[in-house]
Design a protein around this ligand. Structure first.
Ligand SMILES: *Cc1c(COP(=O)(O)O)cnc(C)c1O
Length: 378
């Protein structure tokens, strides 16, 4: 949300983004790769909720060789902010977007002859050469071309004018789950197909398969570029990764109690009265809700930190407010800081715990945070 210049004090709900932690995470991930391997910082989905432009700039300062996003709009924003490293589009583009992709010098993937021909035609119109990566589907069955179609694709499209085949890649289906047999099969399929193409004279200099998990634990599968995303924001995909790399969570979500009141026993709280006070209870209002990307599934389940102690969410979360039970915490007053995600005192609530309460994953917890929540970069 655009913040009006006339307003001098904003909604107290703020996402602090620790750019130094992000910087260190990028550098620690870089330490895991060999010297001739590049690092693409994947900062899709508004940098997993952290804000694509400030994070993109910091990624480059920290030594990322390339940037990966999904939306053309994100790539365009990064270009307009002055970032000049290659920016990859990891999401699909439509034929209509081909012109914008070229104007903003973005690097899309191609997985069909039709798109390759469109890119070629648009490049010729502008008298330039567009770098492209081919995407192969080895098991995720989302984007990418079938391995057994690759050779005929190359025979048709490799020599199209105006395009340069810079790379080839795949994205594994089950690496985070630690299913190595499956990942090995997918990797082997990728390598075998690439070898077959090379034997036929079709070369793709940059080969890449590794998201966070493979970057962290399988240097033997790095090839010459890795594409970590979530790890850069401080969250390794699996518990086993904690010993392998040092990562710090980048986002802290804080707010203030805007109301504290005592309610008598047996008082229903919130829409539908899904929570009813047992005794005399002190209930506080936190101005964060569904409209901020704080999920309904956290109703009567999640927790927040007040004065270093945990306070449970009571009742249903509404569009803009959440109620918490602070009965057991001494001295609570309106205006007290409340931590929704992050550290306060001795305790800490991190994204994986919120994901557990929601029955979700860390990607969703972070990426859900809406634009209207002010980001504060420190
Ligand atoms: C999202 C994504 C990544 C990064 O994945 P993480 O698990 O967040 O590291 C890498 N490559 C592709 C193609 C992606 O879509």
């Amino acid at each position: 949300m655009q913040h009006t210049a006339m307003i001098t004090s904003h909604n107290p709900t703020v996402a602090e983004v620790d750019l130094r932690a992000f910087h260190e995470n990028v550098q620690n991930m870089k330490k895991l790769i060999h010297d001739d391997c590049m690092l693409m910082a994947v900062i899709k989905t508004n940098a997993y909720g952290h804000g694509v432009v400030p994070i993109g700039k910091e990624a480059v300062r920290a030594g990322a060789d390339r940037i990966g996003v999904t939306a053309v709009e994100e790539g365009a924003l990064l270009r307009e902010s002055g970032i000049d490293v290659p920016i990859h589009l990891l999401g699909s583009i439509t034929f209509e977007q081909a012109g914008d992709v070229i104007e903003y010098e973005l690097t899309p993937f191609v997985a069909s002859a039709e798109l390759a021909k469109t890119m070629s035609a648009e490049a010729i119109k502008r008298n330039i050469t567009v770098p492209l990566h081919v995407k192969m589907d080895t098991g995720l069955h989302r984007f990418g071309m079938d391995p057994n179609e690759m050779l005929s694709f190359c025979e048709t499209c490799y020599d199209l004018p105006g395009i340069c085949w810079e790379g080839i890649y795949t994205h594994f289906s089950s690496a985070d789950e630690g299913e190595w047999e499956k990942t090995k099969r997918e990797y082997q399929l990728f390598r075998d197909t690439v070898a077959e193409l090379e034997n036929n004279g079709f070369h793709f200099p940059i080969k890449h398969t590794a998201a966070s998990t493979i970057t962290i634990e399988r240097p033997d599968l790095h090839l010459n570029m890795v594409r970590p995303g979530i790890a850069l924001f401080g969250y390794a995909p699996a518990l086993r990764h904690r010993k392998m790399v040092s990562l710090k969570s980048v986002m802290r979500l804080r707010s203030k109690l805007v109301r504290v009141r005592e309610l008598p026993p047996e008082t229903p709280v919130g829409y539908g009265g899904s929570y009813v006070t047992k005794g005399r209870e002190k209930i506080a209002v936190v101005p964060i809700g569904l409209g901020d990307g704080y999920h309904l599934a956290l109703s009567n389940k999640g927790q927040m930190l007040v004065r270093g102690q945990r306070a449970g969410i009571v009742g249903a979360i509404s569009l803009d407010q959440t109620l918490i039970d602070v009965t057991h915490i001494d001295g609570v007053t309106e205006g007290d800081e409340v931590i929704i995600m992050g550290r306060q005192g001795e305790d800490e609530i991190l994204a994986p715990q919120i994901a557990d309460w929601m029955g979700s994953n860390v990607d969703e917890v972070l990426a859900s945070l809406m634009m209207r929540v002010q980001r504060e970069y420190i």
